[in-house]
Structure formats: structure tokens, C-alpha cells
Write a protein that binds this ligand. Structure first.
Ligand SMILES: [Zn+2]
Length: 499
């Protein structure tokens, strides 16, 4: 019998090289005994294992000695003890050899020892299904991987067949948006010229059947210029119209229920934030939240700031938040911030699911941006939480700005929000100026904050923009509030509708 965590190197058997069951090598050692070998030190001081080409050992070794491991036996080997032999007691990361002399004992055991030689008799091989002649062919099960999952347009991606169960004789790939769009190669290279999120399908076939798998949205191709964001990047998660998952990329590779999402319960000075539901999550689970791409190269000395709220569930919570930046469409990331456990926490320990209840439970963090990224026109931010038995984590008010120049006031000064006529008995026209292309959301609210009508949501070009609000959409005369959100910055102005 072999216990499941002492054999192989996958599943429960994954163990460190120096661990007690070291990488499944315990099983290798025991099979060595089963096929006729003794311990390499012969189970006595400077003893013999009866093998001609193993050196004399003084005693069992543990851990992994450094070379050469000499001894004081009367006939030591020229190179010291062979502590890498499977029949020593060294750890799994150290062991890597049976000698030819040991192999000869295996052969002799299998051909001459009655209880062992039955193992390789034809009748036994046939009865146990090992006699694979003619070979048993199984139908393949399709699987594959890519060398890149986030790239800039024009970057080639190499797909590698990982099909299993049976060996395919035919591969049929389909690459939506890729060139080539189809391939019969086992490991094709594909180029994507247009930004988008693309599916890949692989069908594999052999004489016993076929199998097909589609990985949806496996390749995300970005433009080399910023997607939709002004030279200033702000996100307080206040936008309500566009689904959070359209604007932000949520990576939940484990597919479990613990992931990033927009939270409509609370934020810093607001009702909205981004939440990583982490209470109850499995230790080691990694979840990522990736921003849209934005321009940094027009911002002098840009800095990244954000608000974070997080509680430990106990002093042993080790949840780790890292913040990365990428200037190559997400292909490579540079870590710029890392905090975990007590250093990450912003409030007292809580054994219940954490939701921030006041601004004092938030902390502002600053992240420096290296010059190699600060001059790029296409930058993304990634927030990555590795769970460590703790509690929920919230992010809000993500803000890239410059200490020396452009700031929120610059947008306000340049916006020139104007409403005419005001007061008005009929339709009104809203005018404003955008410095650059920007995400814009315009809505009309009544004086108690109830939404009356949306006016516009989407990307607007830089320059003057105007929209008309029809009097027919306003239920009664009175004071109303027009809200214009530009890249997450909120501007409001009163409108008075008269009879
Ligand atoms: Zn042993």
C-alpha cells in the first residue's frame, strides 16, 4: 500500500522538495526495496548494500548534503557518498538516481524471484491490460493553452495543444478575429490585428473519436493607444449605466464565487466602490481587477492614488493586495505596491463579513509610477488579491493625477458647463467643453435626488458638446439638478423649470 500523498507529484502529493514525503520519492524508495534493493548504507555503519557500483556510506543521510559528502569508512568512494540515490534517506528534491548495478538487481528480481517474475508474464500483462499489443487507442479530449492571454494588436500568440486521454491525429482550430482564422497545425501561431475579446475552439480527432472545446474570451487584444480614457484617470465606481464588467476586466481564474465586482452598498464618501468578496475564500485563491487603458504620457510626474478598506478576520489573516502597472496591453506587469495582513488592514479585526461603515475605515494609498511607464500612451492598472483567510476588501477613488499640473480643477475650469435658457418654461440646452475625448454621463435629477431622465451616456469627442432636454420629460415646474460626470468627476448645476 502507498498513501496517496506519498506518490506522484500532482494533487495531494504536491509537497516541497524538502518535505517529509518529498515529491513522491518515498514511493520510489519503497519500490526499490520491493524490487530487491537494500538501503545504500547497508543498514549498518559503513555497511554494504551488495551493489557493485554504489559507494560505501557511513550511515543514512538526511536533508540534502553538499558535495562532496566524505566519510571515514575504510574504503570510501572517490567522490564521497551518493546521497542523491533513491535508497538513501535524503529528501525528494535531492534524490535523482538508481545506478546500473541497482537496475541489474531489478532485472534479476523480475526474472528469477518467483513472486515477482509473475508480474511480467504475458498472461499477467494481458489479464491486467498492460499488454498493449495491438495498442489500445482512446478517444482524445481537447484542451489547450496560449503563451499570452492579453496582448497589443499585432502581437503573435502561440497556442499549444494540451489534449489528453488519447493521442490526436488531427487538430482543427478556429480563431475568431485571428489570422489565420483556422489551422490544422498542432501548435499554431496566430496574429490578432483588431482590438477585441476572442474565443478559440479546438477540435481533436483520432480513430476512436473526437472532442471539441471552446475557451470563451481567452484572448484579449488591446489597441496600442488608450481605449477611452482622458489624460486623467479617475474611477469612483459611480457610473451606473455601463456594466462594471464592461469597463473593468475581472479575472476569476478559479471560477468560484469569490471575485471582484462593483459594490452598491458603500464607498468612500459615496455609495459605490469595487469589492473583492473574500470572506470565506480559499487561501491562495487569486483574483484580479484590471482597469481600462488610459494615457499617461501627457501627465507631468503622474501618481496613482486609491482608497482601500480591509479587515482581518484574525491576526493570522494573510490576504495580500498587490497593484501592478502594464504598458504593453497586459502582456507584462510591474508590481508597484504590496501589502498583506495587518499592514493591509484599515480597521479592527472582524469575525463577520466586513463592509466599511464610515470614512475612517478607509485609507488612501499612493503608488509611484516609474518613468518607463509614465511616458506611455496605453497603461492599465491591476489590483490583485491573494486570499489568506481574511475578510472582504474594497477599493475606491482610483485617481491618477499630477502634483504639478493637471488635476480635477483643470477639467472643471475647462468644462464651462452652461444651461440656456435657465430658468426656462420650455426646452433647455446643455453646453460644455471637453479637453479630450472622455467618458461622459449626463442625467437630470429632482431636488431630492430621484432620477428624472438620462440625457447621455458614452464617449464624447473633445471640444464643444451640446444636448437638449425636452420640457416634456420634466413632470412639474420646480428646481432640478443636472449632473454631468466626466471620467468619474461629478459636476452639477441647477435648472429651474417654470410653468
Ligand atoms: Zn527504506
Amino acid at each position: 500500500m502507498v498513501r496517496h500523498d506519498y506518490i506522484g507529484s500532482i494533487g495531494t502529493a504536491v509537497s516541497p522538495a524538502g518535505g517529509s514525503n518529498g515529491m513522491g520519492r518515498t514511493a520510489t524508495h519503497e519500490v526499490g526495496h520491493w524490487l530487491g534493493l537494500r538501503h545504500i548504507w547497508g543498514d549498518q555503519t559503513c555497511g554494504s548494500d551488495g551493489v557493485s557500483d554504489t559507494p560505501v556510506h557511513q550511515a543514512a543521510n538526511a536533508g540534502c548534503p553538499s558535495f562532496p559528502k566524505n566519510n571515514t569508512c575504510s574504503n570510501p568512494g572517490a567522490n564521497g557518498e551518493m546521497y542523491t540515490n533513491y535508497m538513501d534517506y535524503t529528501n525528494g528534491g535531492c534524490q535523482n538516481i538508481f545506478t546500473l548495478g541497482q537496475k541489474a538487481i531489478f532485472d534479476a528480481t523480475l526474472t528469477s524471484i518467483t513472486v515477482r517474475k509473475n508480474l511480467i508474464q504475458t498472461a499477467n500483462l494481458t489479464a491486467t491490460g498492460v499488454n498493449n499489443n495491438p495498442p489500445n487507442v482512446c478517444s482524445p479530449i481537447a484542451d489547450f493553452a496560449a503563451n499570452e492571454y492579453m496582448i497589443c494588436a499585432g502581437t503573435p500568440v502561440v497556442f499549444t495543444d494540451g489534449s489528453w486521454n488519447g493521442t490526436p491525429t488531427q487538430w482543427d482550430w478556429t480563431f475568431a478575429g485571428g489570422s489565420p482564422a483556422q489551422s490544422g497545425a498542432q501548435n499554431p501561431t496566430v496574429t490578432y490585428s483588431a482590438p477585441g475579446v476572442y474565443d478559440v475552439t479546438l477540435t481533436v480527432t483520432n480513430s476512436q473519436g473526437n472532442s471539441s472545446t471552446t475557451k470563451q474570451g481567452i484572448v484579449r487584444v488591446s489597441s496600442t493607444t488608450a481605449e477611452d480614457i482622458n489624460w486623467i484617470f479617475v474611477d469612483g465606481f459611480e457610473q451606473e449605466n455601463e456594466p462594471f464588467a464592461n469597463r473593468w476586466i475581472i479575472v476569476n481564474s478559479s471560477g468560484n464565487n469569490y471575485k471582484w465586482d462593483r459594490f452598491t452598498g458603500s464607498g468612500f464618501n459615496s455609495w459605490y466602490s469595487a469589492k473583492m468578496t473574500n470572506y470565506g475564500n480559499a487561501t491562495g485563491d487569486l483574483d484580479e481587477l484590471i482597469s481600462p487603458s488610459f494615457k499617461l504620457n501627457n501627465i507631468p510626474s503622474p501618481t496613482l492614488k486609491f482608497k482601500v478598506a480591509y479587515a482581518q478576520t484574525s491576526t493570522s489573516s494573510t490576504d495580500m493586495l498587490k497593484v501592478f502597472l502594464s504598458s504593453d496591453c497586459g502582456k507584462t506587469w510591474t508590481v508597484r505596491y504590496s501589502k498583506s495582513g495587518a499592514a493591509l488592514s484599515t480597521t479592527s479585526i472582524s469575525g463577520n463579513p466586513f463592509t466599511p461603515s464610515n470614512n475612517g475605515q478607509w485609507r488612501e494609498e499612493s503608488v509611484s509610477i516609474p518613468s518607463s511607464i509614465a511616458n506611455k500612451p496605453n497603461v492599465r492598472i491591476k489590483f490583485a488579491l491573494t486570499s489568506g483567510g481574511g475578510n472582504n476588501l474594497y477599493i475606491d477613488d482610483i485617481n491618477i493625477s499630477s502634483p504639478t499640473g493637471i488635476n480635477d480643477q483643470a477639467i472643471a475650469d475647462n468644462l464651462g458647463l452652461n444651461i440656456f435658457p435657465n430658468p426656462s418654461a420650455g426646452d433647455v440646452t446643455v453646453y460644455f467643453n471637453l479637453l479630450n475625448k472622455a467618458r461622459t454621463d449626463i442625467r437630470l435629477y429632482d431636488i431630492v435626488g430621484k432620477e428624472i431622465t438620462p440625457v447621455y451616456t458614452g464617449n464624447l469627442q473633445g471640444g464643444y458638446n451640446q444636448f437638449t432636454i425636452s420640457r416634456a420629460q420634466v413632470p412639474a415646474s420646480g428646481v432640478y439638478l443636472l449632473q454631468v460626470m466626466v471620467d468619474g468627476n461629478r459636476f452639477t448645476k441647477r435648472i429651474i423649470f417654470t410653468e
